[in-house]
Design a protein around this ligand. Structure first.
Ligand SMILES: [Zn+2]
Ligand SMILES: [Zn+2]
Length: 342
């Protein structure tokens, strides 16, 4: 199969032919129909995460069709459309797993990082961690739901009630803005300073205010979520939230946080991070996505153009999400219909 692989930190992905693995007893072989491009993929390609097992196939926002099932799989059948998210495997026995915090599992493995991911024609996944995807979305539209939507939603829940600031208006924020609006919440979008196009994009999705991350919002926020990988946004967001307000960091990697005066944290403001997801998060979010008609804005690229998509993401040139689409094999010919006898 064709796959786009990272061989070393900071080097471009290479298009390569890679052997297809047989699914194990609890696994499924999935033909990738669409795979979203997430900021975490940039951190993998740049070597910013610990212990990356190069070479690795990135991609953890996979929508695909089941092509083969392991002998112990009963949840899915050949031909089903499935989603393969970031959480690929957990141990089930560590203290976190036993407390229902499998997102923090000591021995978790992650799709497109410590497991091969969806920048490929096929992927093998543990069926217990796959999810169903609402039928109302096309393959490409559904792809960003698998991380931008899902982990974004975990951050959204962690942020609590009330008005919400979103720092970094990319794939996750553009979905959360729509979910927040559907829930009647006031949304404030913070973009790179001077990124007028991103601010207009945010306004087109119904946010109450859009401006640069160096600007104060017109009123104190109840909560803020930081999606951009910029540590300096933590003191900026703390300055923007009211007393008791919460700042949630939703990314897997951030530049160092500059020191800041204690008065920004004073008044029972808090900062926390959201890490990974649980299967319960996936089930809950997909129900929300099935009920709220989301309009995921996607720009599709052929699989072979993964480096172009990553560059566009790095340079902030995307509105919504980039999605890779592998060339699909020709459909097997339909068996001829028996002709009615005259
Ligand atoms: Zn992601
Ligand atoms: Zn565990």
């Amino acid at each position: 199969m064709l796959a786009m692989r990272v061989h070393a930190a900071g080097s471009p992905l290479l298009a390569e032919q890679v052997a297809v693995r047989e699914p194990g007893a609890l696994q499924i072989l999935v033909r990738v129909l669409a795979c979203g491009v997430c900021r975490t993929d940039l951190h993998v390609a740049d070597g910013e995460l610990p212990d990356i097992p190069f070479p690795v196939i990135p991609g953890h926002e996979i929508v695909g069709r089941v092509e083969r099932v392991g002998s112990g799989v009963s949840r899915f059948r050949v031909g089903d459309r499935v989603g393969v998210p970031w959480l690929g495997e957990t141990c089930g026995v560590c203290a976190y797993c036993r407390r229902g915090l499998e997102n923090l599992c000591e021995r978790a493995r992650f799709t497109g990082y410590t497991l091969d991911g969806g920048y490929a024609e096929l992927v093998v996944a543990d069926a217990r961690y796959c999810c169903t995807v609402p039928a109302r979305y096309s393959d490409a539209q559904a792809a960003p739901l698998l991380c931008a939507g899902l982990i974004g939603y975990r951050a959204y829940r962690a942020a609590g009630e009330g008005s919400l600031g979103l720092y970094g208006f990319g794939a996750a924020a553009h979905l959360l803005a729509q979910i927040s609006r559907a829930a009647g919440r006031k949304v404030f979008a913070f973009t790179r300073p001077g990124d007028v196009a991103a601010q207009q994009f945010a306004r087109s999705l119904g946010v109450a205010w859009a401006g640069g991350s160096d600007e104060p919002p017109p009123e104190p926020l109840d909560a803020a979520i930081i999606f951009a990988a910029v540590g300096a946004l933590i003191p900026a967001a703390l300055a923007a939230v009211r007393k008791g307000g919460r700042v949630v960091c939703a990314g897997i990697h951030m530049s160092d946080i500059p020191s800041f005066p204690y008065r920004l944290l004073w008044g029972e403001r808090s900062v926390c991070s959201v890490a990974n997801l649980t299967r319960a998060d996936a089930a809950e979010f997909m129900q929300v996505a099935a009920a709220v008609p989301l309009d995921p804005r996607v720009e599709t690229f052929p699989l072979e153009q993964a480096n172009v998509a990553l560059r566009r993401l790095r340079e902030g040139q995307l509105q919504g999400a980039a999605v890779l689409v592998p060339t699909q094999p020709p459909q097997p010919p339909q068996s001829p219909q028996p002709r009615p006898v005259a």
